[in-house]
Ligand binder design. Sequence first.
Ligand SMILES: [Zn+2]
Length: 289
Amino acid sequence: MPETPEMELYKINLNRFVKGKLISNVKIYRKKSLNISDSEFVREIIYTHIESVDRKGKYLIFNLSNGLFLLTHMMLDGRLFYLPLEMQGDTDIDFDHADLIKRKVHGIPGKPSVAFILDDKSVLFFCRLTLGFLHLLKSEQLQDRLSEIGIDVLDPMFNEEYLESLLDNSRGMIKPWLMNQKYLAGIGNAYSNESLFYDGILPHREIKSLTHEEKWKLYKSLISVIKESIEKGGDMEEPFMPSDNFTGGFIPYFKVYDREGEPCKVCGNVIESIEIGGRKAFFCSNCQR
Ligand SMILES: [Zn+2]
């Protein structure tokens, strides 16, 4: 599932490529991805401009010129794909058939659920929104939805003290806590495993057993692994647009995540895994205590 680095990279790309553009046509291939009827959805957003794109946790928020907001979440499988006019070549896109788009558009990461055709003839595809969604919301509705999740780890208000005070009021094992969006927004399986490795903490350690130093170091570990991943392209395998060789650049840099049975890059011990809260936790029992 895309986490903070991957969603932040989407935000950066969207602000670079679609910000300020007019939505001149909308195609809905999967009505269930929406929160209102497809006809109402199209009527509300057609001929509005995308003023900017924000992010909180794993959510992206499109600010529209009509004062409404589009809230999208990729969940496990959802992906975005941007196709500028100059990269469409001779492809005559048949916008009425999602299956044909999937077959004909080179590099598209699966079947589109929604497509926005922009005023410069470029296209923004929301692909595979089976568990994910694209909801049109009023300001109050958006605030309600965003209030359900905790602070974004890249929020300037988030710091060592903030993390420590959250942890001091929590119990249970540290890894599922890190992944719980109610406390911190944007951390999932990959970066919870990685930050705990950087901090030298086992994923099943009880929060109550963490020292002051470990809690402060955890903040630094979280921020540094997330920033490094953003700088290197995140861990999304699918490109954002054709000829995108940057996205996914962080994958070879994982220290423990998805490396069960491989040697630890620090000490050479075998990376182990256990199941915690239904998700795989990866760790080095030599480097982590
Ligand atoms: Zn190790």
